[in-house]
Design a protein around this ligand. Structure first.
Ligand code: ROI
Length: 159
């Protein structure tokens, strides 16, 4: 199944290398193929301001894994890359979020998909739109309309 999108973010321990290595690790998971990736973006932190800027990206994967198995794989990659999370909405080595799982909606104690933060987060929305300009997100609507309503908030696409 295509149309599965994962957001990546890092602001510790060489964030660009963290993102690149997480994308490689994701593509190495059985039954997961990265079919598309956005550019890298830099963005000021959402949350406490006394932390470094983030590097963000979004990838699309083709996968036969059910959403919860995919989440297990994402969490395993976070652990392998030594994820530390020091405070709520604080700095982190790597964050992998399941943003969209095709046309499915999921809501349980582990997963809320589509990710409820998508519409308010420029650092998710703009990279997502770069690789899926025509995406229609279940419950949230057309990405084009979401973009119009979401200021860039200092987000910059990197060369
Ligand atoms: N802020 C930015 N800019 N990018 C992120 O990936 C990010 N991730 C988070 C919080 C702490 C909400 N802030 C962020 O989890």
């Amino acid at each position: 199944m295509k149309g599965v999108f994962i957001g990546l973010g890092s602001n510790l321990a060489d964030p660009i290398a963290q993102i690149e290595s997480a994308i490689l690790a994701l593509n190495d998971v059985d039954e997961v193929t990265v079919v598309s990736r956005s550019s890298l973006y830099s963005s000021p932190p959402m949350g406490p301001q006394d932390q470094p800027d983030y590097i963000n990206a979004v990838v699309e994967v083709d996968t036969t894994l059910f959403a919860h198995k995919l989440l297990d794989a994402l969490q395993e990659i976070e652990q392998q890359q030594g994820r530390v999370r020091e405070r709520h909405w604080g700095e982190r080595t790597i964050d992998l979020d399941l943003l969209v799982y095709g046309n499915n909606t999921l809501d349980d104690e582990r997963l809320n998909v589509p990710h409820p933060g998508i519409a308010e987060r420029a650092f998710v929305l703009y990279p997502l739109a770069e690789i899926a300009a025509d995406l229609k997100i279940p419950t949230l609507g057309n990405i084009e309309q979401l973009l119009e309503a979401c200021p860039r908030d200092g987000l910059e696409r990197m060369e």
